[in-house]
Design a protein around this ligand. Sequence first.
Ligand code: NAD
Ligand code: A1AUG
Length: 515
Amino acid sequence: MTVEPYRPQPIETFQTPEKRQEMIRALAEVRQQFGRHYPLIIGGEKVQTQAAIPSTNPSNPAEVVGYAAQAGASEADAALEAAWRAFKTWKDWPQEARSRTLLKAAHIMKRRQRELEAWMVYEIGKNWTEAAADVAEAIDFTVYYAQQALKYTAKPPLVAVPGEDNESFYMPLGAGVVIAPWNFPLAILTGMTLGPIAVGNTVVAKPAEDTPVIAAKLFEILEEAGLPAGVANLLPGHGSEVGAYLVSHPKTRFINFTGSLEVGLKINEEAAKLAPGQTWLKRVFLELGGKDAIIVDETADLEAAALGIVQSAYGFQGQKCSACSRLIVLERVHDDLMEQVVERARKLVVGPAEENPDMGPVASEKQEQTVARYIEIGKEEGQCILGGHRLEGSGYFFEPTIFDGVAPQARIAQEEIFGPVLSVIRVPDFDAALEVANGTRFGLTGGVFSRSRERLERARQEFQVGNLYFNRKITGALVGVQPFGGFNLSGTNTKAGGPDYLMNFLHMKSVTERF
Ligand SMILES: NC(=O)c1ccc[n+]([C@@H]2O[C@H](COP(=O)([O-])OP(=O)(O)OC[C@H]3O[C@@H](n4cnc5c(N)ncnc54)[C@H](O)[C@@H]3O)[C@@H](O)[C@H]2O)c1
Ligand SMILES: N[C@@H](CCC=O)C(=O)O
């Protein structure tokens, strides 16, 4: 098998008229397809249901992008059965053939790149570049895992002892459940599904309620790539119903979850209970929320810091687990820095995602209510120095918002808001900055802007996060470059897009023969 060395996909920024025209065409073509119905996919069969989940456009919620069939318990039973049936043969496919199937899927994604981006612009309100980054990451996960999977055919080296032959080898676990969030509705769903599949497992995937259409597009691609029936099964539905059912199911071998801390804790608890007939301990992977901080000290390049803060706080409307939601700034540079941050944030254009603004809408009515509630809390807990309002119009639009003078223990400095709201905390020195940065339950991403080598080296050891960035934005981890996953209550540190990720979905067998 000839394999090109893996390199992350470049992310399209639509600077040329040709690229802009491509996107305008894709948006028009996708709009023509609004309102279609998308079935469940169980064992390769397309299954319609009585109930349907409407997926709407957050820039204009009256528009229905598509309807997804809605799975319940009986469909979940059938999907797990189909996944176990497919496992019997998929586990024995030569690794090269499995990897080739994924590489083919990646090629189809590249061919349909603009179209996939356009679906996410409409379905979840990403601007064009955010949508392009999502598709690029999905392609990256697919290629990277296809290649990484090849290494597990090699047997680990063992110590030889006289009179015995010893060998160890890796085997896939079985049929697992993937439960995905809406905020990277293609990339995260793709990575969580194709990682386990790459090394011989099979999967039942439940996308988020708000993004079933882009999930259906991924499954069209997997079918075209020739992934055998039942290896990946698609089960849109409500998390508290079919999601919870799949988690508790005795036939679920592993759970690959990305989402909120609240739901992650429930899953952790339910998955630990032994269901009647269950004969294994479920492996549970949880990648959860963040309350991510950037520290800026008095030695920093303030212009670079202001740029990195604004990019990290407001990219995709702050709806990234990696988003900067706390700015921890040393008193001495507070005023100069804030002047630049406010100036940059004030210029951000907010509007319908299809017009490619800096910021589109927040994702849903639920998000709208959460962000509005925290803005009200913020007005009690800090001084609103920018924004603080929902914008007029039918879409879920908010101004970029900044609260200054926030106490480290304030709710807006401790709880994940998941919206375009930044809390600014002033500290006297770098010791205090690190203490505040580490003073939440989370530990996902973090950043430091400083020219002090000593402080950067200290932060390298003491800043308790899974992904730490110096002198740049804290979002946009690249597959294979910055393995992604948090510390503390941000998750189980699965490290998506990392060289050890696929080990999570394998177990090792050791065989000894006495001569
Ligand atoms: N750490 C990471 O890598 C990462 C990446 C993206 C998003 N996130 C986090 O995800 C959250 C935003 O996503 P969200 O709003 O979709 O999260 P969420 O927890 O509300 O939902 C995630 C998924 O869980 C399902 N679900 C809900 N209740 C369930 C239950 N009781 N049992 C089983 N499944 C259930 C939902 O239907 C959805 O598919 C934020 O907290 C964000 O920080 C984390
Ligand atoms: N991996 C993404 C965040 C995923 C969570 O939302 C990043 O690095 O920005």
